[in-house]
Design a protein around this ligand. Structure first.
Ligand code: 8Y4
Length: 228
């Protein structure tokens, strides 16, 4: 990922896929912390994808620069673990729980509801002492959302940007891209993922979370000089 041009490496030890087994603190620590130490030692900017305050604290001690939490630091102690350091925090929206979030996602106005939730989480973080400049918001594509919800959030990403925090977009290889293209194999969704990343950057996304770094970096280089 680094050789392909990634600015940040996101390291995670617990899947959010429906049906994935829960991972204990001990197992998650064993999976994540030694890798964080090694990558930080090599000078890379490391983000740690975790929902557990214990792992957040240990990742921060190991030198992680960012905590990426699909629960927006909602676990008891998570905000405090991050506030006690200088890490950046990615606050992601999810409706429901990983196991059941795709059963029947429903919103009256998905963009307003996701925005309200993320602003509320950002306020909680700031009240606990996390400076606003450390906070990134993320609509959480695919996390308790239908194809139409994901598309509305993308088309109206400017409304999330206007909340005043940098926005992160994670469309890479996700199921909705399979639904839109007919590609059932995730690794065959590279072009769709690149197009989605550009659509988000065009609307102001500051960070894109991707698997196919080289393809995305090339597309961004060309798109940036050609404008829109
Ligand atoms: C194939 C490969 C199909 C991967 C689906 C997936 C986000 C995230 C994930 C996101 C932030 C995933 C940890 C889901 N997605 N963190 N994490 N934003 N901040 N699925 O969108 O990659 S995991």
């Amino acid at each position: 990922l680094i050789y392909e041009g990634a600015a940040i490496l996101d390291v995670g030890g617990e899947s959010t896929r429906p049906g994935a087994p829960e991972v204990s603190v001990d197992d998650e620590r064993t999976r994540v912390i030694p890798l964080v130490i090694e990558l930080v030692n090599r000078g890379y900017c490391v983000s740690v994808d975790t929902r557990k305050p214990e792992i957040m604290a240990e990742a921060i001690t190991a030198g992680a620069a960012i905590i990426n939490d699909v629960m927006a630091l909602a676990a008891p102690g998570a905000v405090e673990a991050c506030a006690a350091s200088n890490v950046g925090v990615v606050l992601m929206h999810m409706q429901g729980q990983p196991g059941t979030m795709q059963a029947a996602p429903y919103y009256d106005d998905v963009v307003r509801e996701v925005g309200d939730y993320l602003l509320e989480r950002a306020r909680v973080c700031e009240t606990a002492g996390i400076a606003p400049g450390r906070i990134v918001l993320d609509p959480g594509f695919g996390f308790g959302k239908t194809v139409e919800h994901n598309l509305a959030l993308t088309r109206r990403l400017g409304e999330l940007k206007s909340l005043g925090y940098p926005v992160l977009a994670g469309w890479s290889r996700k199921r909705t891209l399979g639904d839109l293209t007919g590609r059932t194999v995730a690794a065959e969704r590279v072009s769709a993922s690149v197009a989605a990343a550009l659509a988000c950057v065009a609307r102001g996304a500051r960070i894109v979370r991707v698997h196919d770094v080289a393809a995305t970096v090339d597309a961004l280089k060309v798109w940036r000089v050609m404008g829109l």
